[in-house]
Design a binder for this molecule. Structure first.
Ligand SMILES: Nc1ncnc2c1ncn2[C@@H]1O[C@H](COP(=O)(O)OP(=O)(O)OP(=O)(O)O)[C@@H](O)[C@H]1O
Length: 409
């Protein structure tokens, strides 16, 4: 990477748990600084590290997704970049102008109208009145606030605030943009417009730190991710691996999914799937049997246990997103693939000629069904990592395999 736009070198930030400690230590720290003494690195009573030893670099035009559970230190990290806080340890280097969208509403004057706020904010960004005049329609149209432009913004809803702030903040490119969960309050159409705008800002060279709890949003814009947990950087890099690690770190996969519809009549050991793995996909790396590629064929090895013989059962697999959406299922009975099971352990091969799932992490659950319902169900069979084929781009939740040809009249 050429010179990074943001560099964190072993950065740490402390906070205090009480106002009394805050005032006392604040005074002590100010005195040390006046005496040109180094800041204290050890923790005093009631102090804790909100961030510890954070190191990473973001290149020009790169978007880093900052992910992690509540209280992990994501907003604190953004505020350090924005110089709202000074680090207690380490160094932060940034290049160029920084624009932050960290807390909704803090950038707008509540008593002024939307229009007046636009002129003030644009002036602060260095635009003169004529330049703002030419930008005005675009800002208002992006925010979708044509009808509310001339009312005081204190009468705006949270979503309207967010729309206006985002629209103003991104109407001219900046060197570094800090975005903290601001999309969450916007409606879905606005969220998609914001994501598109962030992607185009990246192309123009804006470096973005993007905090979000939404895997879909992060995947849309982030090139790499930083996973924070309890103030520490658990990992930095590949988005797929980090989300898997994130979900593992919060124990998400420990929760068993429940079957939809009629619950199993029998316990899982009547006839159940014990485990599933994907078999090697065209020689690509898949050592742990968890990977597959969008648009490629994939074979699953299904290991089962049956306590008694079952003459005719269907194998059902479900694919769930981490946000709890069942996006696809396979029922072997629909393809006239009934299986008979012997009272033992065994293995089946389930082949998909074309994997329709787009890149992401899916929980695979399922089991065997008979005409009476589930024979057994496991809510936690595999965390399937679906990857993009190199050089291809697939949008949406699904891809479809289609042929196009001329219709002869
Ligand atoms: N000004 C402050 N004074 C004291 N403690 C603070 C302050 N700001 C944040 N903290 C604490 O620092 C830790 C990290 O907070 P931070 O807001 O960075 O978390 P976060 O990852 O952004 O969380 P969330 O996902 O809930 O927004 C938390 O324990 C929080 O209580």
């Amino acid at each position: 990477m050429s010179r990074p736009a943001i560099l964190f070198d072993q950065v740490g930030k402390k906070f205090r748990r009480s106002l009394k400690a805050d005032l006392l230590y604040g005074f002590q720290d100010a005195s040390r600084s006046l005496l040109r003494l180094k800041p204290l690195e050890r923790l005093r009573r009631e102090e804790f590290w909100a961030l510890r030893d954070i190191s990473f670099a973001a290149g020009v035009g790169e978007c880093i997704g900052i992910i992690g559970p509540n209280g992990a230190g994501k907003s604190t990290l953004l505020k350090l970049v924005n110089r709202d806080y000074r680090p207690d340890r380490g160094h932060i280097v940034t290049r160029g102008k920084i624009k932050s969208l960290i807390r909704i509403g803090t950038g707008l004057q509540p008593m002024l109208t939307g229009r007046e706020n636009i002129y003030i904010q644009c002036a602060q960004r260095g635009l003169d009145k004529r330049e703002t005049d030419t930008k005005l329609d675009e800002i208002v149209a992006f925010a979708g606030l044509e009808k509310s432009l001339d009312i005081p913004v204190r009468q705006y809803s949270d979503g309207m605030y967010a729309r206006l702030e985002f629209s103003i903040a991104t109407c001219v490119p900046t060197d570094v943009l800090l975005v903290d969960e601001v999309l969450a309050v916007g409606d879905i159409a606005f969220q998609m417009r914001c994501l598109e705008r962030l992607v185009s800002l990246k192309r123009e060279g804006t470096t973005i730190l993007f905090v979000s709890h939404s895997e879909m949003h992060v995947r849309h814009v982030a090139d790499r991710c930083l996973l924070l947990f309890d103030g520490e950087a658990l990992a930095f890099g590949d988005t797929d691996k980090l989300f898997l690690k994130y979900y593992q770190s919060i124990g998400y996969f420990d929760r068993q999914l429940k079957p939809l519809g009629t619950p199993p009549q029998m316990p899982m050991d009547f006839a159940g799937v014990a485990s599933i793995r994907t078999l090697t996909v065209k020689g690509r790396e898949n050592v742990d049997g968890t990977q597959a590629f969008t648009g490629q064929p994939v074979d699953f090895e299904v290991s089962y246990i049956a306590a008694t013989s079952v003459e005719s059962a269907g194998l059902v697999l479900q694919f769930w997103t981490p946000s709890g959406v069942l996006v696809a299922s396979i029922d072997s009975r629909l393809e006239y693939n009934q299986v008979s099971l012997e009272p033992s352990v065994g293995r089946l091969r389930l082949s998909l000629p074309f994997l329709s799932l787009t890149p992401g992490i899916y929980r695979v659950a399922g089991g065997f069904v008979s005409a009476e319902g589930w024979l057994g169900y496991s809510g936690n069979l595999l965390n399937l990592i679906v990857k993009q084929q190199p050089g291809k781009v697939h949008d949406g939740l699904f891809v479809m395999n289609a042929k196009v040809s001329h219709l002869n009249d």
